[in-house]
Design a protein. Structure first.
Length: 676
């Protein structure tokens, strides 16, 4: 038997899956060749999904902590015991102060049902604190929203027809495989590919040119490109006049950024900036694949605003193979209010906790400014002890004896080790779900291929059960998982057709902004944002220096970025031995010049440190890193690290200019050889 499904993971591609089932067991997961956007091709990670589902270390029964926090000592318990105790503990806290309860979740599954439906209903009805889910993309999302009107852009498939492609802030080979196939089609047809990235990634190696700028300087580069487009008159004056807002103001700002100024900021030659501007200004259609590395520094939102403005200067939007794409998720008509039911708050006050600052927030006492001290944390679809920044603080927070922690999980992750209760969750092969994508415009349905293993239950079922235990009588808590799938898009998507094929294309125009029509209040590409001005914020895109600017500290002279290791997806798949064997061990890429200055040789055990903490890993002396910048590949489970830490021991809880997002790539460190 072969069952249609969808990849649930945090990746632009959202692949259609086919799962082969024999005797009730999933034996193979492969791509669905009928799905045009992904064409039957899977990454190395998800091709091992059956291995993950059937893993010998799967948690298949509720587990109750019996030892000290953090040691991972648990004993099996029944669902009845687990639900009764959790409901009682949460109920006692809620009776005093429901906002002392905090949910913590993110994109362990991107599914609309298992990620943001019954769970949200439960916490709204409870009156718990809300969570600002900012840890990945909110800086860029706000940058796009204030410029283009939402998370929208060109259609991915038309990159294959582009004549120039800028791959800006991403490693497509590792994290956007199906886009890379399109870029290769364009390359074979004569297109020029340029990668803009502080790291000489696998993608950078395969492009015609690599612009290896310093972390957090992308806005300066974009403004210098505008300078050259203006001074050489490589502009579409009609498009600027008809379909943009604030062109005179942006023009004045861009003219303050000659290539020499940007070169000094970015650490790249001025002539390389001029050449890129000439290529971009004189090539049609030109396309920008903007990715998430750009936004993980203080000025990330402004950087996205500046880059997203470029296609309107040249009229690239007139072509279906021109424009920019960072995320397509704004095209999807998800009925979130129907799924999440915020009306269940019923007018009660609710504070919002930013997931990026969970380390500090767990350690705050009650106060008029902060609100009640956090007394209970329910974690699902995330591994915050490993993925949240400044993880030494996060561990301190999770170690509190008075914190009641429930974790829904598949495995004994770093976070699960600190739980009071671990509840066994289903994997994607065992439950219903429905998906959007942020790298194409197809809706996908996931059918359960096998029955839940052991006593595992879907996230939605667990929150449904908890709601019943707590006496929540509203009819919405009786909605089943398949019913929630139907509610996710309402009448906007024909569910029967979706169920038949497993995917359905949205009716997005081939060139959505050829004649303007941006989903902004003005209907134009807003270089000058009245909405930002109304908040007292800078209305034009600008370059903001990093919180921890390179060269600003004698103690910590190296900038560090921490992109994902190729064979992991954040911390998912780290426990698969086959993938860990490929990845090897936790590594720090360091340029030969910086290594020599510190007496570091390839393969040495090194200590990477700053004022927040220290992380031990092995050095890879390599020109993948540029001088002055080291690359800490992540995100390994802490317990699998050399010294029980990972790269997030070093990252900070400082936030971005827009979107209150993390600044993982805005981090200064020093490196030294470590004793074996």
């Amino acid at each position: 038997m072969v069952v249609r499904g969808a990849c649930p993971h945090d990746c632009p591609d959202t692949c259609a899956l086919l799962t082969t089932v024999e005797d009730g067991r999933a034996v193979r997961v492969q791509g669905n060749p009928d799905h045009g956007a992904t064409g039957g091709v899977l990454c190395a990670k998800v091709s091992r999904y059956a291995e993950r589902t059937n893993h010998a270390e799967r948690i298949l029964t509720p587990l109750k902590r019996v030892g000290p926090k953090g040691l991972g000592r648990f004993e099996p318990a029944s669902w009845d015991e687990a639900l009764a105790d959790i409901a009682q503990r949460l109920g006692q806290i809620a009776a005093r102060e429901p906002q002392a309860i905090v949910p913590y979740s993110f994109a362990g599954t991107m599914g609309l049902v298992q990620g943001e439906s019954m769970d949200r209903r439960f916490f709204h009805r409870l009156g718990a604190s809300q969570l600002a889910r900012t840890i990945c993309a909110t800086a860029g999302a706000e940058g796009l929203t204030y410029t283009l009107g939402g998370k929208v852009g060109m259609k991915t498939q038309f990159f294959a027809e582009s004549k120039l492609i800028l791959i800006w802030g991403g490693n497509s080979i590792a994290s956007n495989l199906h886009f890379w196939r399109l870029a290769q089609q364009a390359k074979r047809a004569g297109a020029r590919l340029v990668c803009i990235d502080p790291r000489k990634s696998e993608t950078a190696e395969k492009c015609h040119e690599h612009i290896q700028l310093l972390p957090g300087t992308d806005a300066a580069l974009a403004l210098a490109l505008m300078h050259e487009l203006i001074t050489n008159d490589w502009l579409d004056h009609d498009y600027l006049a008809c379909h943009t807002l604030g062109w005179p103001q942006l023009r004045e700002r861009a003219l303050q950024w000659p290539p020499e100024r940007a070169a000094a900021v970015c650490g790249v030659p001025a002539e390389q900036i001029r050449r890129l501007a000439r290529d971009y200004g004189q090539t049609q259609p030109a396309a920008i694949r903007l990715n998430y590395g750009v936004q993980r520094a203080r000025g990330g939102g402004n950087a996205v605003r500046a880059i997203a403005s470029l296609p309107a200067l040249t009229g690239a939007w007139r072509h279906r193979a021109g424009g920019v794409l960072m995320s397509s998720s704004g095209h999807f008509p998800v009925q979130r209010a129907q799924l999440q039911r915020p009306d269940l708050l019923a007018g009660r006050p609710s504070r919002t906790i930013n997931m990026v600052t969970i380390g500090d927030d767990l350690l705050r006492p009650s106060s008029p400014e902060f609100g009640p001290k956090i007394e209970a944390l329910v974690v699902y679809n995330s591994n915050p002890v490993a993925v949240a920044p400044d993880s030494g603080r996060v561990v301190q927070g999770f170690a509190r004896e008075d914190l009641f922690t429930v974790v829904l999980e598949h495995f004994h992750t770093d976070t699960a080790d600190w739980a009071d209760w671990i509840l066994p969750a289903t994997t994607q092969l065992e439950h219903w779900d429905v998906h959007l994508a942020y790298g194409h415009t197809d809706v996908l349905l996931n059918r359960p291929a096998v029955a839940p293993l052991g006593q595992a239950r879907s996230n939605a079922q667990i929150f449904r059960d908890l709601a019943a235990r707590m006496g929540f009588a509203e009819a919405c808590f009786a909605d089943g998982d398949e019913q929630l799938c139907r509610q996710a898009y309402g009448d906007a998507v024909d569910f029967e057709q979706l169920a038949e094929r497993g995917f359905a294309a949205l009716p997005v125009p081939d060139a959505p902004f050829a004649e303007g029509g941006f989903p902004t209040p003005s209907g134009k590409c807003e270089f000058h944002s009245p909405r930002l001005a109304a908040q007292g914020l800078e209305p034009l895109p600008d370059w903001l220096p990093n919180h921890e600017a390179p060269g600003s500290s004698a103690l910590y002279p190296l900038a560090m970025i921490s992109p994902p290791a190729r064979n992991f997806l954040n911390t998912t798949f780290v426990n698969l031995q086959s993938l860990r064997d490929i990845e090897g061990r936790p590594l720090l890429e360091i340029h030969p010049q910086d290594a020599a200055a510190r007496g570091v040789q390839d393969g040495d055990l090194v200590r990477v440190f700053n004022g927040r903490g220290s992380y031990a890993c092995h050095a890879e002396v390599s020109e993948r890193a540029r001088p002055g910048v080291v690359v800490g590949l992540g995100i390994w489970w802490r317990k699998l690290g050399v010294d029980g830490t990972n790269v997030n021991e070093l990252t900070s809880q400082a936030l971005t200019d827009l979107g209150a997002a993390p600044t993982f790539y805005d981090c200064l460190v020093e490196v030294e050889r470590a004793a074996a």
